[in-house]
Design a binder for this molecule. Structure first.
Ligand code: DGI
Ligand code: FE
Ligand code: FE
Length: 197
């Protein structure tokens, strides 16, 4: 898989949101770095492409996103995601990768679809994109540097700590937590901490 001009196409796609374009580059680079540092043996070019594309649907407002998503999912699914507006760009993005960029790949679809929530037992590819999205070098929220270091020290534990902090943040803000976010947290807590409370 090799898409040399994808970066230029993405720059055009994000022309009104250069920060989002920079973030997408940051995610591609961090995903490739993780793959190399931990010898995961994933396809680095495919990680780069997925990092570039993961937020492709972030340029649309809620109304437009829902209208676009209605072309791909049933009404029930559409109604369900109306309850989680933050998650919609991930689900829509997974479909747009194929429709706007002609990239039809199950691994990329899965990684884009779950890049916001995570899920239980993600593939290594999806885990790497999930983590890179949260800790790429452009991220400047408080503790970004802490989670970046944790992930580079111990990937599984870093992933678990990220999930724990996101759940905590969403609870604090009284935001509805999508079930896959919970599933991911429970799964990785068990994986890292075993039966410890
Ligand atoms: O698109 P990005 O800004 O790069 O990052 P993202 O796609 O990971 O997340 C966007 C937001 O979604 C972020 O503030 C965390 C939030 N989020 C993650 N899981 C859930 C969630 N929001 C809700 N309401 N429910 C979730 O389960
Ligand atoms: Fe996103
Ligand atoms: Fe992102």
């Amino acid at each position: 898989m090799n898409y040399h001009n994808l970066e230029e196409r993405l720059q055009e796609h994000f022309k009104n949101n250069p920060k989002r374009f920079k973030h997408s580059i940051g995610v591609s680079e961090f995903a490739v770095k993780l793959n190399e540092q931990f010898n995961f043996g994933l396809d680095s070019e495919k990680l780069r492409i997925t990092g570039l594309l993961h937020d492709v649907a972030k340029i649309y407002d809620l109304e437009t996103s829902l209208e676009m998503l209605s072309k791909y999912v049933t009404n029930d699914v559409l109604e369900y995601y109306k309850g989680y507006p933050n998650v919609i760009h991930a689900v829509l993005g997974a479909y747009l990768v194929k429709d706007l960029f002609g990239i039809n790949d199950a691994e990329i679809f899965d990684a884009v679809y779950f890049h916001t929530t995570g899920k239980a037992n993600m593939s290594k590819f999806t885990e790497v994109i999930y983590v890179a999205d949260v800790v790429e070098y452009g991220r400047t929220y408080p503790d970004a540097e802490y989670y970046r270091c944790e992930v580079l020290k111990d990937f599984d534990n870093g992933l678990y700590e990220i999930l724990r902090s996101i759940i905590e943040m969403l609870e604090k803000k009284n935001e509805p937590i999508e079930r896959e976010t919970f599933n991911a947290y429970n799964y990785y807590r068990k994986k890292v901490k075993g039966n410890e409370i």
